[in-house]
Design a binder for this molecule. Structure first.
Ligand code: APR
Length: 254
């Protein structure tokens, strides 16, 4: 494990053609979005997100959990992509293919300009009914309703965010494609994940197993750092722009 050389990381990635960027909550930290493992603020401080972000937690008190999500929707609506998200989007100018595989549900990679984003844990911008029989709703679709949570316009059941709660399966197609690309990429850039939540965390392990170069960016060493080709200690918003700058000097736009 070599620490902190952006130059060495750029050298290791320079010949890659197919790149996967694997991200977690840390990439959005500098946009002001707290991770589940950060302390919540204000009235939400005494509640455990790991209990609220479950089907059981939702069914126990739908109005309460919905209110917590509305609080989180508000934070994301007021947030902007940070330099880390933007630098990740710029990688598309440098490699034949770049796919972002994210555990985040905030949509900030897309807003930063990434065009191929696999959302392993769903999206907080999309809603479905409780049993996911009807989906693809937007928050605006419920604007006229007074119910909190809103009701499915088709079946009348409770509406839920189309995200993967603890204990739920990941969306099949997204996971399959993420696994395929992780096994086939030449380089994987990991930003802002603790690497402890499976099955998502199996993707970087798959990339290493298949011989890809793995660059890990994190201010604290994670479960993946010691297995990375190069561990870059630092914040995504500081390190990834430097890495892209360094890559630009080594690669023709392609
Ligand atoms: N830049 C990069 N990484 C950062 C930054 C930053 N500015 N700040 C914190 N980090 C790192 C932390 O050191 C930590 O390793 O981001 C990581 C965040 O870890 P987690 O909170 O465990 O987030 P994640 O890996 O995405 O968790 C996976 O678990 O919370 C659930 O479903 C949720 O998708 C999430 C999943």
């Amino acid at each position: 494990m070599v620490q902190n050389s952006v130059e060495a990381a750029a050298r290791a990635m320079a010949r890659a053609r197919h790149v996967v960027v694997f991200t977690g909550a840390g990439v959005s930290r500098e946009s002001g979005i707290a991770t589940f493992r950060d302390a919540e603020e204000g009235i939400w401080r005494k509640y455990d997100p790991m209990e609220m972000a479950t089907l059981e937690g939702y069914l126990r008190d739908p109005a309460f959990v919905w209110a917590w999500y509305e609080h989180r929707f508000g934070i994301v609506a007021g947030a902007e992509p940070n330099p880390g998200h933007r630098a990740i989007a710029e990688l598309e100018q440098l490699f034949d293919s770049v796919t972002v595989v994210t555990q985040n549900i905030d949509g900030l990679h897309q807003r930063a300009g990434s065009t191929d984003v696999i959302e392993l844990h769903g999206s907080m911008h999309r809603f479905a009914c409780l049993h996911r029989e009807h989906g693809g709703f937007r928050l605006a679709d419920f604007a006229g309703q007074e119910d909190r949570p809103p009701r499915c316009p088709v079946c009348g059941d409770l509406i839920r965010p189309d995200v993967v709660w603890f204990g739920e399966a990941l969306p099949r197609e997204e996971l399959d494609r993420g696994q395929r690309l992780s096994a086939a990429c030449d380089a994987m850039l990991v930003v802002g994940t603790s690497g402890i939540v499976f099955p998502a965390a199996a993707l970087p392990l798959q990339a290493i197993h298949s011989g890809a170069t793995l660059i890990d960016v994190n201010p604290e060493p994670s479960a993946l750092s010691s297995q990375a080709t190069i561990y870059l200690k630092g914040r995504g918003g500081d390190i990834v722009p430097q890495l892209v700058e360094e890559l630009r000097t080594r690669r023709e736009p392609g």
